[in-house]
Design a protein around this ligand. Structure first.
Ligand code: AMP
Length: 181
């Protein structure tokens, strides 16, 4: 299965992705995790990405898309993947569609985690990540509204809406049920 997880920052995509990845037997590919790994290793990609991430802004699309392309070309992603944090703009969604089309593939579904802004702010403040201070959170929510939310209409009937408030277990059970698993 080739799936994308959508939803505002703090919706719990990463937490759900870990569970779904195991249940569905497909790799969890998180652009945020890939960037953080690069930052940790001090790679040139990490050095470039850090300034954007620390400010809550999007890393430029050419940099991000190259990283995703390389990750999707790894053997474990040949039969499916769970993309978490990519695409985040319509431009990135077009790039993803073109990348998949090159190998004759397309997305099987787009899971959209629906959650109120109050809950996402609360979840972000409680996880204590370096880019989770109040100002950066505000910037990231603005980026989500302006750049990422339009993907909901972009994907149209491929969107699977999942109510993402409540316990982690309930949300993953809802997601699996919606996928027919
Ligand atoms: P996340 O872990 O998904 O919340 O991502 C953390 C940060 O990484 C974001 O706030 C962006 O700065 C950057 N990032 C992650 N995915 C993307 C993407 N698809 N395009 C641009 N920047 C991204």
């Amino acid at each position: 299965m080739r799936l994308v997880l959508l939803g505002p920052p703090g919706a719990g995509k990463g937490t759900q992705a870990v569970i779904l990845s195991e249940k569905l037997g497909i790799p969890h590919i998180s652009t945020g995790d890939l960037f953080r790994a690069n930052i940790g290793e001090g790679t040139p990609l990490g050095v470039e990405a850090k300034q954007y991430i620390d400010a809550g802004k999007l890393v430029p699309t050419d940099v991000t898309a190259r990283m995703v392309q390389a990750r999707l070309a790894e053997p474990d992603a040949a039969e499916g993947f769970l993309l978490d944090g990519f695409p985040r703009t319509v431009e990135q969604a077009d790039i993803l569609a073109a990348l998949l089309a090159e190998s004759g593939h397309s997305l099987d579904g787009v899971i959209n985690y629906v959650v109120s802004e109050d809950v996402v702010v609360e979840r972000m403040l409680s996880r204590g990540r370096a880019d989770d201070n109040e100002e950066t959170i505000r910037t990231r929510l603005g980026v989500y509204r302006d750049e990422t939310a339009p993907l909901i209409s972009y994907y149209g009937d491929r969107i699977i809406n999942i109510e993402a408030e409540g316990s982690v277990e309930d949300i993953s059970a809802r997601t699996l049920a919606a996928l027919g698993r």
